[in-house]
Design a protein around this ligand. Structure first.
Ligand code: SF4
Length: 437
């Protein structure tokens, strides 16, 4: 395959208007919709599909917006087969409604047509700082701005979006879609301060001094885990998240091809078998690896990646080694990886690789917590939060949500947790304002 940026073009095609309305008309508008029970944020799925079936795009969008600030993204990256679509009554007959594609259609239509937005309240209820602009941060910011809070998002990167911008590959989630979705959050009156590392350029205490009533930490899990085996420091052993980040900015013409940690023709291995591993494997194929093999210590049935991602990877030529654990990385005299030594079902083996990407999980960085007093974390660095007000840390006025609290999950689960925290923040700020009077 020749390596061009078009190799990363989005795989799943959008519906045309006619296709979307025809699909919507198939929905039975069930009285007790099982699809809604399968949705972590309980989107009113039959409600929006019904509006769509009548051609009422704006109403369909308003219904979706009651629960989601990021529908164009969820419509693309949610594991629909496990959630809404997998629960649709028509699914068992092989005729499940394509809910994800319909959600995506409505969101894209709304963006492309720039439909008139809802009337927004004055921002008089208080001032909230949000740290991190991934799915959790954007959700909290969107929810609070809609409810009349003045919200500022601080992010360490040049572009907002966190994992949406720098982690999920272009062929699954085009950056243009993420940018448009973020523009909509901005249009709700949210301010973005970029290239700002909280804990370095500014601390949580300084944010309170600046007059923020509450602060939300939604920084996710930015530290990838290492594999503690001999040879782990060899050149050629790289984190998957680093590959994905570099390819993402290469696709945006921000760096040269040489900066991407993969030379065309390399024999690539990916250790781990979750969705990040699938993203790294499929990205390596697109960047010209001669072969890509996913190495997983458990069986196919134990694989955490969603089925559709796995099947796509297989279709694209990714190979899988099951029940195979790496016990050593082997290098040449130049200190570059040449093989792994692994325990396999056939016994111990040396398997040649030029490049290994690690995708064995991640954990929270501690920059914010270590520069702020009073925020307790557990032994693994996850922030401890309360039930009342929901999501508040052990430090008054500081809240946290998403992966930094709940361990890495899907985009929609980070959103679900963040929605509850947004309600907790609103309650807290209203209460302190009342006491102030
Ligand atoms: Fe429509 Fe399926 Fe939901 Fe029923 S379960 S309302 S058919 S999407």
């Amino acid at each position: 395959m020749s390596i061009t940026k078009s190799t990363f073009r989005e795989i799943n095609e959008s519906y045309t208007i006619k296709e979307a309305i025809d699909e919507a008309k198939r929905c039975l508008n069930c009285k007790n919709p099982s699809c809604k029970k399968g949705c972590p944020i309980e989107n009113d799925i039959p409600g929006f599909i019904h509006q769509l079936s009548m051609g009422n795009m704006g109403d369909a969008m308003s219904i979706i917006n009651e629960k989601s600030n990021l529908p164009a993204i969820c419509g693309r990256v949610c594991p629909h087969e496990k959630q809404c679509q997998g629960h649709c009554v028509l699914y068992a007959k092989g005729k499940g409604i394509q809910i994800g594609k319909l959600e995506r259609f409505v969101a894209d239509f709304d963006t492309d047509m720039n439909l008139i937005r809802e009337r927004l309240p004055q921002k008089t209820r208080g001032k909230v700082a949000v740290i991190g602009s991934g799915p959790a941060g954007l959700t909290v910011a969107g929810d609070l701005a809609r409810q009349g809070f003045n919200v500022t998002i601080f992010d360490s990167q040049e572009e907002p979006g966190g994992v949406l911008t720098y982690g999920i590959p272009e062929y699954r989630l085009p950056k243009a879609v993420v940018r448009k979705e973020i523009k909509k959050i901005e249009a709700l009156g949210v301010t973005f301060i970029l290239n700002c590392v909280v804990g370095k350029q500014i601390t949580v205490d300084q944010m309170f001094d600046m007059g923020y009533d509450a602060i939300f930490i939604g920084t996710g899990t930015s530290l990838p885990k290492d594999l503690n085996v001999p040879g782990a420091k060899l050149r050629g052993v790289v984190q998957s998240s680093y590959l994905l980040h570099m390819v993402s900015i290469f696709n945006q013409n921000e760096i040269n091809r040489d900066n991407v940690p993969l030379v065309a023709g390399e024999k690539v291995g990916v250790i781990g078998c979750g969705n990040v591993a699938m993203d790294a494997a499929r990205t390596a194929i697109r960047m010209g690896a001669s072969s890509v093999t996913v190495i997983y210590h458990r069986t196919e049935a134990d694989m955490p990646a969603i089925q559709s991602e796995y099947q796509e990877a297989v279709k694209e030529g990714v190979k899988f080694l099951w029940e195979t654990s790496t016990i050593e990385f082997l290098g040449n005299e130049d200190g570059h990886l040449v093989a792994i030594r692994a325990n396999t079902p056939e016994g111990e083996k040396e398997i040649p690789f030029d490049r290994i990407y690690l995708a064995i999980g991640s954990r929270p960085a501690n920059r914010i917590v270590s520069t702020t007093t009073g925020i307790d974390v557990d032994d693994n660095g996850y922030v401890i939060v309360k039930e009342r007000p929901y999501g508040m840390t052990t430090r008054k006025g500081v809240f946290a949500g998403g992966d930094v609290v709940h361990h890495p999950k899907t985009v929609v689960l980070a959103m679900k947790a963040a929605k509850q925290v947004a309600a907790g923040i609103a309650q807290y700020v209203d209460a302190i304002k009342l006491l102030d009077i």
